[in-house]
Every structure is written in structure tokens, then in C-alpha cells.
Design a protein around this ligand. Structure first.
Ligand SMILES: *[C@@H]1O[C@H](CO)[C@@H](O)[C@H](O)[C@H]1NC(C)=O
Ligand SMILES: *[C@@H]1O[C@H](CO)[C@@H](O)[C@H](O)[C@H]1NC(C)=O
Ligand SMILES: *[C@@H]1O[C@H](CO)[C@@H](O)[C@H](O)[C@H]1NC(C)=O
Length: 550
């Protein structure tokens, strides 16, 4: 009797401490996707019916800000902190660079594992790999199938960077999967994700991250690759690079659909939260040898313009109270850690020194955002800084000597939007089975509302952020045409004061010089956790590393 009472009491404690029915959480991360590369933002050029279905049935995250480049953005997602507070603010991690996201940081899958989640990473990591403790399977993921550096060729799965070249594809966290050579990377991720969903025992909650290679460019010999029969669907696009990009995008969209379908077929969808987002803005007009489009936003990936930091994204969940709407809440990618941890039943008092806000109530009920300001980045190496406070955005300095500060891929909205494709897509059909697909006219209304229209009838006011900081009213002028710095000196001064306050909190970047020992040529032409092996005599690099491997 006494024992029973004790058991009942402890069971109660567990129930109140944890969410009784925690949601399955699926993050689908596109790489370098541009604002105008999805149908739901108004583009007719490349249909993305599955992504659109998620967006229309969930909420369109119209003001979701990301970091301008990959490693910092993923670091913010995983830690809930601005990259300036983890030393990750400058550039990406290279495969032969001996650094990673500091091990002092506890990251999202670790928090979720503590709540009983099964955690899987499919696709890209890019948060450090030179020692095994930086790899995803040592940082909270039960499994990882995919790659550890910043990009790969879609078919041969190699990465050429910094004068090095090597294979970068593994399954089950460790096995170098040479057998997958030639298989389209997006298909590998889709199959792995679907397999994990099918095998998942739904008595535990699932945390699945599908971090795509698409639409990042691969290696210089053939940067944009997709199956020829898929590329052929885009023969109406004259620009050959953009045409191939259409093929990459089509495969990405198909993958999203198959994942949503698998969640539905296996009974997980009704209790899922699915976030679709890009890591940063698109690489447009030949930047990075790629062909994304951020139209009508200014700039590209790795710039602090809206085209670099205003990320395409949508959130779907049957748990959202107010669905099928445009979410105008201002969000930053660092918000997902507290938001998802909170909705999973985590104790948020355990989250210390983070920059993110729990935005679940705001998003679900359409309440005011918890944040009014965003630090886009402060990078002393490149001498750039950008912050937004309320409607004002300050930009100081710019990358590439200002060569990527323009507007690209204008007028790409020819053609017709096919709403039937959305209804008939894998995702559309799966969501319809839950009774959550809005009707056609609602979808069209949402799409119109999500298509940015920039007032560009008033004369632009030139901004040269290399000479002086620029100020924009980002609510009225999301395309950053009019630099209001000279017209609003008081606000400019307030923003500069705010920037210098934030600047005081910046920690030094943790970048390291490339380490020749990391060259894949010493490791069977594979990117490897080279830092786990000591080298007493660098002259004997070859033989020592051979020994280390054995
Ligand atoms: C799922 O997990 C529960 C609880 O651990 C277990 O009882 C059940 O047998 C599992 N089901 C399958 C199909 O493995
Ligand atoms: C500005 O307006 C012109 C004329 O309407 C249009 O062709 C152009 O695409 C617009 N530019 C941007 C970046 O919105
Ligand atoms: C931030 O502080 C550093 C010194 O720590 C200084 O070099 C830099 O100019 C400052 N940047 C801004 C934007 O205030």
C-alpha cells in the first residue's frame, strides 16, 4: 500500500514536470534558399507545392531573421544565442580548420534528449568536425547520416575548398559511405528521413533535423546539379544556371512532401511541429556560382541586407491555435531553442544567457512578438554590423567591397501559379487527411499577402555603408531603397548608441588558421576528425597519420 502510494506520487511528479504528450519536432533546413525561390512568396517560376502546402496550412513566417551565412546561423539555431556570443560570428568553419561550436555550449538536441526525445540529424552539420567530440553524434544526436563540412557535390559527395578536396558522406554517424557515390544527395536524405520516421516508436517523441545540401552550390566543375529529367521540366527558363537551380529546388520540394507524407502515414503528423527554413539568404546571380533569387529584397547571402538575413520560412503544426495566416511576429533563428524546448515541456529556467525568446504563444495565438530588436551580426574582421530596433535598421560596413549590395533577378514572376499542384502535392494530401488544408481562395489570399511589394516610386536615397552607416525604415521600405540616415540624425545616433552597447558584449571570434593536417589527402581523400591524432614531427606527416589511422 505504502509502496503503491509512493509510486503513484512519483509518477505524478514525472507527469507534471514533463509535457504529457510532447510533440514530434521536425526541422527542415534548406541551404542558401532565396526569398523568391518559393511559390508562397509570389514566384511563378519554380513550383514548390509541398513547401507551399505547409506554409498555407500552418503560418507563413514573414519576419523570420537568420544569420547571413551558414555556420553562424546553425550555431544560433542550436544554441539559442547570437553568434557574437559564442565566437561563431565570423565566416564558416572549413573542413581543415581546427575549431567547432564551443563544447561549453549545450545544444538543442541535448536539451531534447533530456526530455526523452529520439534525435536524428540527416544531412549537413557544419558546426565542427576536427575532433570527434564536435561531431553531431557526440552533441545530442542519436544518429547522423550526411556530411560534416559546408557543402558537397550532389552526386559525388566531395567538397573542394581552400585548395583541398575530399569525400564527405557518412551514414550511421561513422561509416564513410562510398557505396552511395553517384546517388543524388537529396534522395539519400529523403530516404533516410522516411526510414527514420517509419522505424520510430511513437511512444517517444521524435526530433528529426533534415538539413539539406540543396540549394547550395557544389564544386566548381559543376556547381548546380539535379537529375536531367527534372531539369528538363524547367526548359522554359532561359538562364541555364537558373534552369538547373529549378531542378535542385524541385527535388528539395519533393523531399519536403515525402517527409510530411511519411509523418502522416505513420501517425505522427497530428502531433508534429514542422519548421521549414533556410539558414541564410540566397546566393543570387552567380554569387557562389549559384542562381537563387531574393527578389525583391536587396543583397545576397553573406551580406547584412534583407536578402541576406530575412529568411524564407514557414511553420506547420496542428497545435497552432491560429493557423493559415501570415505571421508578422518578428523572429530570430535563436528563438527556436527556447520555443521548441518550451513546447516540448522543458523547464525554461534551465536556459541561461540565451538571446532567443520563447515565441510559441505569440506564434500560436497571434500575439505580439517577444522581441523588438535583432542583432544581425557584428563582425570586427570584416568590419560589418547590422541591427534592427523596432522599425529601424542600421547597417554599418559591408562585405565584398559593396559588390553584392544590389537587387538581383528582378521580374521573375512570369507564368502562372498552379494552386492545384499544392492540393495534389504529397504534403497537401497528407495535411488534407487531417482536415487542415485551407481552400483555394484562402491559399491565394495568403500568397498575395506574402508577396512583398516594395514601394520604389519615390527616388532612392543612396547608401554607401563603407563610407557611413545607413538607416532604413524596414517596415515601410523592406527593400532598402531609401537611406534615411541624413534625414533622421537623432534616430541614427540612437541606433549607433544601441550598436555600441551590443558591441560591448561581443566575444572574440574563434576562427583558426587552416591546419594542413586536416587535408583529406592524408586521410584516404576523406574529410576527417584529424585533430584526434597528435603529430610530433610535422615533416613526417604522411607516415604518422597512416599509423594513427591504423
Ligand atoms: C515501443 O516502446 C514501448 C515503450 O518503451 C514498448 O513497450 C513497445 O514494445 C515498443 N514498440 C515497438 C513496436 O517496438
Ligand atoms: C522597381 O520598380 C520597377 C517599375 O515598377 C520594377 O520594374 C522593378 O523591378 C522594381 N525594383 C525592385 C527591386 O523592386
Ligand atoms: C566594437 O568594438 C571594437 C573594439 O572591441 C571596435 O574595434 C569596433 O569598431 C566596435 N564596433 C562597433 C560597430 O561599434
Amino acid at each position: 500500500m505504502f509502496v503503491r502510494a509512493l509510486l503513484a506520487a512519483s509518477a505524478l511528479v514525472i507527469c507534471t514536470a514533463r509535457e504529457s504528450n510532447p510533440p514530434h519536432i521536425v526541422l527542415i533546413i534548406a541551404d542558401d534558399l532565396g526569398w523568391d525561390d518559393v511559390g508562397f512568396h509570389g514566384s511563378n517560376e519554380i513550383p514548390t507545392p509541398n513547401i507551399d502546402a505547409l506554409a498555407y496550412a500552418g503560418v507563413v513566417l514573414q519576419h523570420h531573421y537568420v544569420a547571413p551565412i551558414c555556420t553562424p546561423s546553425r550555431a544560433a539555431l542550436m544554441t539559442g544565442k547570437y553568434p557574437i556570443h559564442t565566437g561563431m560570428q565570423h565566416n564558416v568553419i572549413y573542413g581543415a580548420e581546427p575549431r567547432g561550436l564551443p563544447l561549453s555550449e549545450k545544444i538543442l538536441p541535448q536539451y531534447l534528449q533530456e526530455l526523452g526525445y529520439k534525435t536524428h540529424l540527416v544531412g549537413k552539420w557544419h558546426l565542427g568536425s576536427y575532433k570527434k567530440e564536435y561531431l553531431p553524434q557526440h552533441r545530442g544526436f542519436d544518429t547522423h547520416t550526411g556530411f560534416i563540412t559546408g557543402k558537397i557535390d550532389m552526386y559525388d559527395h566531395t567538397n573542394a575548398e581552400r585548395g583541398m578536396w575530399g569525400f564527405d558522406f557518412r551514414r550511421d554517424s561513422a561509416t564513410v559511405s562510398h557505396d552511395l557515390f553517384g546517388k543524388y544527395a537529396t534522395d539519400v536524405y529523403t530516404e533516410e528521413a522516411v526510414k527514420l520516421i517509419r522505424k520510430h516508436n511513437s511512444s517517444a517523441p521524435l526530433f528529426l533535423v533534415v538539413a539539406h545540401s540543396a540549394v547550395h552550390s557544389g564544386n566548381p566543375y559543376e556547381p548546380i546539379r539535379a537529375p536531367e529529367d527534372i531539369i528538363a521540366k524547367f526548359s522554359h527558363i532561359k538562364d541555364r544556371q537558373r534552369q538547373k537551380f529549378g531542378g535542385v529546388m524541385w527535388k528539395l520540394d519533393e523531399s519536403v512532401g515525402k517527409v510530411v507524407e511519411a509523418l502522416q502515414v505513420n501517425g505522427l503528423l497530428q502531433n508534429s511541429i514542422i519548421l521549414f527554413t533556410t539558414d541564410n539568404g540566397g546566393a543570387a546571380a552567380g554569387f557562389n556560382s549559384n542562381a537563387a533569387s531574393n527578389f525583391p529584397l536587396r543583397g545576397v547571402k553573406n551580406t547584412l541586407w534583407e536578402g541576406g538575413v530575412r529568411g524564407v520560412s514557414a511553420l506547420f503544426s496542428p497545435r497552432l491555435v491560429s493557423k493559415s495566416r501570415i505571421a508578422n511576429q518578428r523572429l530570430h533563428i535563436s528563438d527556436w531553442l527556447p520555443t521548441l524546448y518550451g513546447v516540448a515541456g522543458g523547464d525554461k529556467s534551465k536556459l541561461e544567457n540565451i538571446d532567443g525568446f520563447d515565441q510559441w504563444e505569440s506564434l500560436s495565438n497571434d500575439f505580439k512578438s517577444k522581441r523588438s530588436s535583432i542583432v544581425h551580426n557584428i563582425d570586427h574582421e570584416w568590419n560589418i554590423a547590422g541591427i534592427t530596433v523596432n522599425q529601424w535598421k542600421l547597417i554599418s560596413g559591408t562585405t565584398y567591397q559593396g559588390n553584392w549590395d544590389g537587387w538581383y533577378n528582378c521580374n521573375r514572376r512570369d507564368g502562372e501559379y498552379q494552386i492545384d499542384l499544392v492540393e495534389n502535392s504529397y504534403a497537401g494530401q497528407a495535411i488534407a487527411k487531417l482536415g487542415l488544408m485551407p481552400d483555394k481562395s484562402k491559399m491565394i489570399t495568403l500568397r498575395d499577402a506574402a508577396s512583398l511589394k516594395c514601394k520604389n516610386d519615390t527616388a532612392p536615397i543612396i547608401c554607401n555603408p563603407l563610407k557611413a552607416p545607413c538607416l532604413f525604415n524596414i517596415e515601410e521600405d523592406p527593400c532598402e531603397f531609401r537611406n534615411l540616415a541624413d534625414l533622421n540624425p537623432d534616430i541614427l545616433q540612437q541606433m549607433l548608441t544601441e550598436l555600441s552597447e551590443v558591441n560591448r558584449t561581443v566575444v572574440p571570434p574563434n576562427n583558426k588558421p587552416i591546419d594542413e593536417r586536416g587535408n583529406p589527402k592524408y586521410w584516404g581523400q576523406v574529410y576527417f576528425n584529424f585533430g584526434d591524432f597528435e603529430l610530433s614531427n610535422p615533416d613526417s606527416i604522411d607516415s604518422e597519420l597512416c599509423k594513427a589511422r591504423i
